[in-house]
Design a protein around this ligand. Sequence first.
Ligand SMILES: Nc1ncnc2c1ncn2[C@@H]1O[C@H](COP(=O)(O)OP(=O)(O)O)[C@@H](O)[C@H]1O
Ligand SMILES: [Mg+2]
Length: 427
Amino acid sequence: MKILVVGKGGREHAIVWKLAQSDKVDKIYAAPGNVGMAEQAEIVPIEAEDLDGLANFAEKNKIDLTVVGPELPLTLGIVDIFESKGLRIFGPNKEAAEIEGSKAFAKVFMQKHHIPTARFKVFESHFEALDFVRTAGFPLVIKADGLAAGKGAVIVNNPDEAKATVENIMVERVFGEAGSRLVVEDFLVGEEVTVMAFTDGERVAPMISAQDHKRIGDGNTGPNTGGMGAYAPTNIVTESLMKQITEEILEPTINGLAAMGRIYTGVLYTGLIITDRGPKVLEYNCRFGDPETQVVLPLLESDLVEIFSDIIEGYLDINGIKWREAFSACVVLASRGYPASSEKGVPIEGLENCKSDSCVVFHAGTARKDDKYVTAGGRVIGVTAVNTTMKGALVRVYEGVDKIAFDGMQFRRDIGRRAGSVSTNYL
Ligand SMILES: Nc1ncnc2c1ncn2[C@@H]1O[C@H](COP(=O)(O)OP(=O)(O)O)[C@@H](O)[C@H]1O
Ligand SMILES: [Mg+2]
C-alpha cells in the first residue's frame, strides 16, 4: 500500500513511525511532514489545509490510504472531498468533525444525549455573556466556540477576569470567527486524563488511557502549552472506570452522532476530568491527540494499517486490537520562549545518541541546515521510552533527554509524577 499522512508534528511522526512497521506498507508520504520523518517517509511540500492539493496528489500518485493528523483539514471537510473522488481516507467527515469544530455544538449534543459534562451556557451576544458572568459563581471556564489552536479556553476567577475574557473573545475577536459564540461552563475539579478510541461509526474500541502535562513548568506551573509530555497507561483509569467511560461516554457519543445522521469514523478523542461524581467530558477532539499519540501508539501491538483499513471498510474488529503489557513516557523538548514565542535555527546536538531499543525520537519543530538538525518551532522534539514498568519508562526517557541539547531547551522534569496521578507503588 501507498499511504499519505497529513500533518507535520510529533503526533504525525508517531503515526508515520507506527505505520512503517506494517508489512502492508510499501511507501509512506508525509505532507507537509517534517525532516524527522524522512527516514520512514517521502516528504511532500503540500500544506495540511490545501485540501485540493492533497486530493490531487493522492489521485495522481494512486495513494491507497490517507491518514489525517490535525483537526483543521477534518473540520474543513478533507474527508468529504477525498470520498467524493473515491479516495480512501481515515477520519471523520465535516459534519462528524463538528464535535471538535464547535464547542457549543458538542455541549448541546452532550446535554441531549445525557453524556456527563460540566454545566454550561452558550452565548451568541456578548451583552448577555457579560450579564451572566457579572453574577456567576467562580471559578468559571470561558471557551471560544471554534478552533483556537488550544488557546481558546480560559479559567477565570472573578467578574473582572470574566469580563476581560468575554471582551477579548467576542468583541476583540482575538480568535477571529471562533469567538462569534461562547461557552461558559462550571469549573470541574479532578484529575484530567485522555481516552481516545478507534471507531467505525458503530463499534468503539477505546485505546489505553494517557495523561498529558499542559503547563510549561514543573508542578503544573506557568502558562498552558500544546503539551509538554505524557505517559500511558494511567492508573487513574482503572478497568472498571474504562468500562464506565466506554458505556457512558464513548458509545453514547458515537450512537448519538449516528442518530443525527453524522456517522463518526476515525479516532474519537475525549478529554476527561475524573470528578468525585464520575468522569466528565471537557472536550472532544476529532483526531489523535498530541503528545498522547506519542505514548499510546508505541504500546499498540496490532497493525495500525489494518485498523485504519477495517474502519474505512466499515467493520472494526474491536477484540482484535492488542496492547503491549508495558508503559510509556514522552518528554517534549521546547524552544526558549515557548509558549509565547519560539526561537528558530538553533542547532540540536546529540539526536544520533538517542537512538536505541528503549528510546524513540519524534520530531515536531525541526529543520535541516548545513547537514545538521536545527530548531524550527515551539515544541521541537518528543522523546518516548517504553518499559515493563512506569518507573523504567521514566528513567529511560530522561536518559534519552539528557543526551540531547540545544541552546534554550526547555522541558519538564516531572512527567509522570503529577500529584496524585502516580501512586508510590507505581513508581
Ligand atoms: N470545565 C472545566 N473545568 C476545569 N478545567 C477545565 C474545564 N474546561 C477546560 N479546562 C481546562 O482547560 C484546558 C483546555 O480546555 P479544552 O476544553 O480542552 O479546550 P482546548 O483544548 O480546545 O483549548 C483543559 O485541558 C483543562 O485543563
Ligand atoms: Mg483540550
